[in-house]
Design a protein around this ligand. Structure first.
Ligand code: GLP
Length: 240
């Protein structure tokens, strides 16, 4: 298991950003999965800053979202599409054809899930996946008790996030909101993973993820079994 502990938040953000830049430089056809949330805001911005200062050819790179909220407009400020676009892909000048995101609306999400996997496979699979960590150990929208064999699917999000999105989008209670997400199996098939976690509020779950049993109760614990996963932590998240 590779664990990297950054001294502080700034170092954490910079380290993560350079890992993304390094992957793009080393592999001009890299397929890189991105996650939204508090953890990745600054590191996404730094990727854009580095690129602006040292531009290079990224025409062959694919960026994609690990997950997406369903049944909200794509241009809603809390959709993963809009978040990633404003935080990172616009700054890199990534074209729509190089930016894969799940649809937010569909009559057939099952089909869309299969299509998303086919799209990623057609690009030779995932080279690098940046994952955040839910306080309950979730990965993407894979909530506790999601089977390790799960493939891309639409799941529930946690209640707090769902309540916030419902409020922000004026979505009535009877209309379902969901989370389109790579499954645990897809995550584990990625060639390289960086699990990024910062802040004291993640310290407890970080400890369980790293040193507890591998269990569906804590989806992120499965990463103990991945052959090339780096756990990138800041000091606060590491010292729980
Ligand atoms: C959400 C997202 C995940 C993300 C997680 C962590 O549930 N669906 O992809 O990793 O939150 O968020 P944060 O970084 O805000 O703690």
């Amino acid at each position: 298991m590779k664990i990297t502990i950054a001294e502080n938040e700034k170092e954490f953000d910079t380290m993560a950003a350079w890992r993304i830049i390094a992957e793009m430089l080393a592999n001009p056809k890299a397929v890189i999965g991105l996650s939204t949330g508090q953890t990745t805001i600054n590191l996404h911005k730094i990727v854009g800053d580095i690129y602006r200062q040292y531009p290079f050819d990224i025409s062959g790179i694919t960026l994609f979202g690990v997950d997406e909220v369903t049944n909200v407009p794509r241009n809603y400020s809390g959709s993963c599409y809009t978040i990633l676009k404003t935080q990172i892909t616009d700054a890199l000048g990534i074209k729509e054809s190089q930016f894969l995101m799940p649809p937010t609306f569909s009559n057939d999400f099952e089909l869309e899930c299969r299509k998303y996997e086919v799209e990623l496979e057609a690009r030779n699979g995932v080279d690098l996946l940046i994952l955040g960590l839910g306080k309950n150990g979730h990965l993407g929208f894979n909530q506790p008790e999601t089977p390790f064999e799960s493939t891309t699917h639409v799941s529930r999000m946690d209640e707090v996030l769902e309540a916030r999105i419902r409020k922000e989008t004026n979505t009535p209670e009877d209309k379902e909101l969901g989370g389109f997400t790579l499954g645990i199996k897809n995550i584990m098939h990625s060639r390289r993973i960086i699990l990024a976690a910062k802040g004291v509020e993640k310290a407890k779950i970080v400890r369980e993820m790293l040193f507890g049993p591998v269990t569906t109760r804590i989806p992120a614990s499965v990463l103990q079994l991945h052959p090339d996963c780096e756990f990138l932590l800041d000091a606060d998240a590491a010292h729980g």
